[in-house]
Structures are given as structure tokens and as C-alpha cells.
Design a protein around this ligand. Structure first.
Ligand SMILES: Cc1cc2nc3c(=O)[nH]c(=O)nc-3n(C[C@H](O)[C@H](O)[C@H](O)COP(=O)(O)OP(=O)(O)OC[C@H]3O[C@@H](n4cnc5c(N)ncnc54)[C@H](O)[C@@H]3O)c2cc1C
Length: 489
């Protein structure tokens, strides 16, 4: 008889683990507390607008292709990918830098900004290409359970070449001097959620992903990927239960034999926690079964939370691109306010996404769909008046940039912040992107994807290996499925 596996949470990691296990003959049941599949990549419709609630940057298309290929499928069957050109705009106080899709044009742009930097960029990218190749095809698939996984002499040599232990910030500054180019190179590590000084230089692989492999957009929005994944999962036999928060387990002989959800109970052979790791351990398990203490979690460096505004405008805003990064304030100061001072920022940087530039389906004709995102420290108290202060700051800056009044054209407005992340996803301190990829939180130094005390409990998702972001979460699900299968060999 096939083994029965319960998965808690239906984000990218839970979906990925579920499908991998079902195609290996497991009887897989996914419990989701919300009324919609997709986790942080949920979507909602209102007043003719369609908003992706979370991810908006489609980087590393090869990871998505490889995922669907595992099941004999192709992303094209589920969504059309558009290459964005310009890929994104960096908005500085005195200049807008449109980053082209073509790499040689990016080199020209660098050269215009700093003499000699085009050659430096080519050199930087050659090295980043190696890191990407090694990192994405090899390192990220390691479960991070033992140092022995890294005991291959070639890999030990590579650790130096891959710059696992040196700082990203120093690496960038070795190649570029102009502050605008430094900001451009450092912004992707904000995705990884840490100060560039504390991020391993290995993550220049993100620059390769962003500047060489292209910035893409799945037409219909990010939720199309979730819909595709759900279809493949259901074909493989996965069963989904929405509005079913898992509330606890029955454990005997250090083995979970029942999962309790919403007043009923299901017998199981194994469980994967694909919800926030901290929640599964601290809220669903008795203290004696936990891998980590509350103090451990408190000492981790979490990626930021954020304040988001989903906005509908009843007119077109010609000056906006699809992705707009407002770097017109001091990046270092805002980073310190997130990671060191842990306070609401004084003059924040923010990001404006306008998918209606590419996709007519996300806004009524003649309208614009805009998503504003401002990174903040996790755990901050947020209130409606506090959110509104920052809404006004961001709208003022947007108006200044687009050169026309737009505040009075807002016809739809919804905010989302720390307390929503806590309530909707059980996110520790309302984090948005999980655990940061710092020098001290990489590979075996991440929370373990296997319980050390409960024999049939595993973890996946953005708080364990390989880390935050959609591609790593897709990979995390594959890695945990492989580990779980070993138990039943
Ligand atoms: C605003 C925002 C923007 C982002 N932008 C990007 C981007 O542009 N590109 C990119 O690659 N990544 C981006 N990310 C990161 C990316 O979305 C995440 O890393 C990824 O989606 C995490 O997937 P996951 O499966 O680990 O977790 P989640 O998506 O959080 O899934 C966990 C699921 O568990 C459920 N759950 C929680 N508790 C329970 C319970 N007790 N019982 C049952 N279910 C439960 C939750 O409801 C949730 O559905 C962004 C994230 C956010 C929030």
C-alpha cells in the first residue's frame, strides 16, 4: 500500500514536494489554511483589477523549466513568458536608468556611467556564470544535513572560487566605483534579505540571473505558475484541502501518526511542514519535539517584511515601466534601519510594479495596476495611520517622478503589512521572504530540513535550504521529497 504523506501549506515548496512524492507513488494530501492555493503567491481580483499578492520578478527561467520537465511538462503549456525590455528601471534623484534586456547594451550603459566598467562587468559576469552553474545545478540541491555532502575535493577547491565565505559588498566594490552601479549590482541581494556586507559573494550568481538570463513575466500573472503546478499535482493524484489549518499532531514513539486539522484527524506515515518553519515547530509541536528554541529563532537574521499597497489607477501613467526601483534615497541608511536599528525608515527606498504595462488582463482598459512595496524590519508594529504615512511618502515620490498628479486617480487601494503576514501565513515576525542568506545562515547552517526528534517529520520552504525566493522554494520541495523517499526505501 502506498505511504500517506501530509503536507502543511501549499506555497511553491509544498506544491513542489507534493508532486515529486505523488509521482513516486505516495498518497499525498496538502492542507492549506487559506481559501486559495499558492501561499505568498496568491492573487485577488477587485474592481476590474487583478493583483498578484507576492512575487513579481520571474528570474532563472531554467529552474521553472527543469521543474515542469520532471513531470514531462513545459511551462509553455501553462503560461506565456514575456521577456521585459527594459528589464527594469533604476530611478535615481537625477537620472532614470533603464536596464536593457540585451547584455551588450547593459555593458554600454555601464561604460557611459563609469569608464572601464564594461570590461569589469564582463569579468564579473564570467565569474558569476560559473557560480550560477555550480550553485543552481549542484549546491542548491544539497539537503544541508551534513558537512560530508561538501567533502568532495573539487568542491572544497570550489568553495574559494565560489566565494562562499567572502563578502558580496567587497566583491562588487572591487569591480565598480560609481555609486549608481554599486546600487544596481547590490539590489538583488536585497531579495536575499541581508546587508550586502553580510551576504556571501557567491550570490553574485543573482546578478548573472538578473542581467544575463533576463527578467520575464508570466502573462496572466504569477498565479499562472501556481495554477500550472496545481494541475500537474492533481494529475499525479495529490489531494488539496483549503481552509484547513493544521492545528497539531498525535505523536507516539517519536513518530507522527495523525495530523489534526480543523477539527478532524488524518492518519499519516510522514509529514512535511511547508508552512513557515518557526510556526510548525513552535505552534504545532510540543517543546520536547522541537529542533530549535524560541531564542534560536530570535537570533536568526530574517529577510525583511514589507509594506505593500495594491493600487488601481483610472488612467495610464506613461512614465512608469513594468518594474521601477526607487533608489532616489540612501540605500545604506534604509538597510541599517531594516537590519540594525529595526525601525520604520526615515526616507525609504521602494519598488513600484506596474504589470499593466505588459499584461492587459490585470487592469481595465485605460487604467493602471500598481503594486508598491517598501521593505521594512520584521516584527514592527503596524497600524493603519502608520501605513498611511508611508503611502503618502511613496505617492509624493511617484508623482514627482511621473510629473503629473496621480493621487486623485486612485480608484482601488488595499494595504498589506506585518500583521497581515502573521495572520495570513503564520509568518514569524511577519517576515515576507523567510530567512536571509547571510554568511552564517547558508547550507548546513540553515534550519535543518529534517526533524532531529520526530522520525517522520520534514521541513521545506523559504526558512530552510536552499533559501528565499520562488526558484529556491521550488528546489526546496524537490530536495525534501528526495530525503523523505529515503525513509521508505
Ligand atoms: C511581497 C513579496 C514579494 C516577493 N517577490 C518575489 C519575487 O519577485 N521573486 C521571487 O522569486 N520571490 C519573491 N518573493 C519570495 C517568494 O514569494 C517566497 O520565497 C516563496 O513564495 C515562498 O514559498 P514557500 O512555499 O516557502 O512559502 P509560502 O508561500 O508562505 O507557503 C506556505 C503556506 O503555508 C500555509 N500555512 C501556514 N500555516 C499553516 C497551517 N497551520 N496549516 C496549513 N497551512 C498553513 C500558508 O497559508 C501558505 O499558503 C516575494 C515574497 C513576497 C511576500
Amino acid at each position: 500500500m502506498s505511504k500517506k504523506v501530509a503536507i502543511i501549506g501549499s506555497g511553491f515548496a509544498g506544491l513542489s514536494a507534493a508532486t515529486c512524492l505523488a509521482t513516486k507513488g505516495m498518497d499525498v494530501h496538502v492542507f492549506e489554511k487559506n481559501n486559495q492555493i499558492g501561499g505568498r503567491a496568491r492573487q485577488f481580483d477587485s474592481n476590474g483589477f487583478r493583483f498578484d499578492m507576492g512575487p513579481s520578478w520571474y528570474w532563472m527561467p531554467d529552474v521553472f523549466e527543469n521543474y515542469f520537465k520532471l513531470f514531462g511538462r513545459d511551462p509553455k503549456e501553462f503560461y506565456d513568458l514575456q521577456l521585459l525590455d527594459p528589464a527594469f528601471a533604476m530611478i535615481f534623484e537625477d537620472e532614470v536608468m533603464d536596464i536593457p534586456a540585451d547584455f551588450e547594451s547593459i555593458c554600454d550603459l555601464f561604460e557611459q556611467t563609469e569608464k572601464g566598467s564594461a570590461d569589469q562587468l564582463r569579468k564579473f559576469m564570467k565569474d558569476a556564470a560559473y557560480k550560477y552553474e555550480k550553485g543552481i545545478n549542484d549546491l542548491v540541491y544539497k539537503p544541508g544535513l551534513s558537512l560530508m555532502e561538501f567533502a568532495d575535493p573539487k568542491l572544497i577547491f570550489d568553495v574559494f572560487r565560489l566565494q562562499v565565505f567572502s563578502s558580496f559588498s567587497k566583491h562588487v566594490r572591487k569591480h565598480f566605483k560609481h555609486p549608481k552601479l554599486i546600487s544596481l549590482m547590490e539590489f538583488p541581494v536585497l531579495f536575499l534579505g541581508a546587508m550586502p556586507q553580510q551576504t556571501p559573494a557567491l550570490y553574485s550568481l543573482m546578478n548573472y540571473a538578473g542581467l544575463k538570463l533576463g527578467t520575464w513575466y508570466p502573462m496572466g500573472g504569477f498565479h499562472k505558475i501556481i495554477e500550472g503546478m496545481q494541475e500537474v499535482a492533481e494529475e499525479a493524484g495529490v489531494r488539496f484541502y483549503t481552509n484547513e489549518p493544521v492545528t497539531g499532531f498525535n505523536i507516539k514513539n517519536n513518530t507522527i501518526n495523525h495530523v489534526n486539522a480543523n477539527g478532524h484527524s488524518m492518519d499519516v506515515d510522514a509529514v512535511i511542514g511547508a508552512a513557515d518553519y518557526h510556526h510548525v515547530e513552535q505552534n504545532l509541536l510540543e517543546a520536547k519535539y522541537r529542533n530549535y528554541s524560541e531564542d534560536y529563532w530570535d537570533k536568526r537574521t530574517f529577510a525583511p517584511s514589507c509594506l505593500i499597497y495594491y493600487l488601481g489607477f483610472n488612467k495610464k501613467i506613461p512614465k512608469l515601466r513594468h518594474h521601477n526601483l526607487f533608489f532616489d534615497n540612501n540605500l545604506e541608511r534604509h538597510s541599517e534601519e531594516i537590519y540594525i536599528d529595526k525601525i520604520w525608515p526615515h526616507e525609504p527606498l521602494f519598488y513600484a510594479c506596474c504589470p499593466s504595462k505588459t499584461d492587459p488582463i490585470v487592469a481595465p482598459e485605460g487604467s493602471e495596476n500598481v503594486f508598491l512595496l517598501m521593505p521594512i524590519a520584521p516584527g514592527l508594529q503596524d497600524s493603519e495611520p502608520q501605513r498611511e504615512i508611508y503611502f503618502n511618502k511613496m505617492i509624493d515620490r511617484l508623482e514627482k517622478f511621473v510629473g503629473e498628479p496621480i493621487r486623485s486617480n486612485v480608484v482601488y487601494k488595499r494595504s498589506y503589512c506585518v500583521s497581515n503576514f502573521v495572520n495570513d501565513y503564520n509568518a514569524y515576525k511577519g517576515n515576507a521572504y523567510g530567512l536571509a542568506n547571510t554568511l552564517r545562515q547558508t547550507a548546513i547552517l540553515k534550519p535543518s530540513l529534517k526533524s532531529k526528534k520526530v522520525k517522520n517529520l520534514f521541513f521545506t520552504g523559504q526558512l530552510t535550504v536552499p533559501g528565499p525566493g520562488v526558484p529556491p522554494s521550488l528546489i526546496s520541495g524537490q530536495v525534501v521529497a528526495k530525503e523523505l523517499m529515503k525513509r521508505f526505501k
